[in-house]
Design a protein. Structure first.
Ligand code: CMP
Length: 144
């Protein structure tokens, strides 16, 4: 398959009704949705997802928040989708994200920044493996 990335709409994004808007941006660009599910992550799963931040002052709040409600976990596929996904999402702090990006359009708080996207090939592989079983990812062609 082509490059894949893990994109997750966090509980604040789901709560605010931003799911369709976010999916629309990736679809309209031409990316292929190969995995999607709604779940309330366990603390264990949330902790593993954010393992690289363990020990930071915001880590406990981050893990609690991610497991506080439903998230939409997705895998998107296509040319340079990791980098483009990060561009769509915008800077980590929504106050610094450009207008037109998801965080730039919808957020003001770094702890409530709506969405997560893998930042490298390595983290995309790890995150996809953490959140999805291989059988939950579809292999298909987009008809053009
Ligand atoms: P995300 O891209 O999911 O990756 C790590 C997350 O940690 C980040 O989005 C923010 O939601 C959160 N984060 C980063 N810095 C801070 C901070 N200073 N305070 C609270 N949360 C933070």
């Amino acid at each position: 398959p082509q490059e894949r990335t893990f994109i997750m709409i966090k509980p604040d994004g789901v709560h605010r009704g931003l799911v369709a808007d976010i999916i629309k941006r990736f679809e309209a660009k031409g990316y292929k949705l190969v995995g999607i599910k709604v779940l309330v992550p366990s603390k264990d799963l949330a902790g593993k997802h954010y393992a690289e931040h363990e020990g930071k002052p915001f880590y406990p709040g981050l893990v609690n928040f991610l497991s506080s409600g439903a998230v939409v976990a997705m895998v998107w596929e296509g040319k340079e989708v990791i980098k483009t996904g990060r561009t769509f999402i915008g800077a980590t702090n929504p106050l610094a994200s450009a207008p037109g990006t998801i965080r730039g359009d919808y957020g003001i708080d770094v702890g409530r920044n709506i969405i997560h996207g893998s930042d490298s090939v390595d983290s995309a592989q790890k995150e996809i493996a953490l959140w999805f079983k291989p059988a939950e990812l579809a292999e298909y062609e987009l008809i053009s």
